[in-house]
Design a binder for this molecule. Structure first.
Ligand code: TYD
Length: 230
């Protein structure tokens, strides 16, 4: 596969979507490559139904929840992510399989190994080239949320502390893939650190295309999926 696959991970309200938009804008301008923005759960039509059940449905037991996230991911990879990578696109996803290991493995206290195995089955072992973790103390969650909390966001302080720790543990195991950033830093500092990590993989300088940068709302050559679709 000739594309580049980058995931953004972190707790709710850590600023992943903003950072993803900045990176998408910059990659498109600096390289002219096709950039595909997507997200989990719900980056596909089937996924939107699963997302509704997962985030806004009635109570679901932990194993069912893990299987539904894995089903969303399997379809997302098969129908959208893998074809885009095969076309040579740069694919940026707001959450991917590490969210399952952290939330269902850590937060819900299923076995992290089993949840990872399930996700690797779902994706046929497709892992991101880079994963950016926006690490935020869950104590900051209430100030950052701008919408009514969903089923996962309502899960409680200890759940979110376990989830955060699971992300950090996982990142420490594979520093080659992970870039861990303190999400309380400024948007521009975080964007610059992300560009610095990704630029060598694109064969460009982190400063490439910077003079032309504008607001990350609309980007030529960028397939925008995200906010409006959720
Ligand atoms: P979303 O509104 O996309 O949250 P955010 O803006 O924080 O990314 O909701 C996704 C929720 O689903 C979020 O609380 C994390 C959770 N989640 C899991 O528990 N497991 C998973 O595998 C994924 C992808 C998300």
């Amino acid at each position: 596969m000739s594309g580049l696959f980058i995931s953004f991970e972190g707790g709710d309200g850590a600023g992943k979507t903003t950072q993803l938009a900045h990176l998408a804008e910059w990659v498109a301008q600096a390289t002219g490559r096709e950039v595909v923005r997507t997200f989990e759960p719900g980056g596909t039509e089937l996924g939107r139904t699963l997302r509704q059940v997962l985030l806004h449905g009635s109570d679901i037991d932990a194993r069912t929840e893990a299987l539904l996230f894995a089903a969303d991911r399997a379809h997302h990879v098969a129908s959208l992510v893998r074809p885009a990578l095969e076309r040579g696109a740069v694919v940026l996803t707001d959450r991917y399989l590490d969210s399952s290991v952290a939330y269902q493995g850590g937060g819900r206290e299923l076995s992290a190994e089993q949840v990872e195995e399930l996700s690797l089955f779902a994706t046929d072992h497709l892992l991101p080239d880079v994963t950016v973790l926006l690490d935020l103390d869950p104590a900051h969650l209430p100030q950052r949320l701008t919408h009514d909390p969903d089923r996962l966001e309502r899960a409680g302080g200890e759940f979110h502390t376990r989830t955060r720790q699971a992300f950090l543990d996982r990142a420490a195991q594979d520093p080659q893939r992970w870039l861990v950033l303190d999400a309380s830093r400024s948007v521009e500092e975080l964007a610059a650190a992300t560009r610095a990590r990704v630029a060598p993989l694109l064969g460009i300088s982190p400063e490439a295309g910077r003079h032309a940068e504008s607001a990350p709302e609309r980007t030529r050559g960028t397939t925008t999926r995200g906010e409006g679709d959720r």
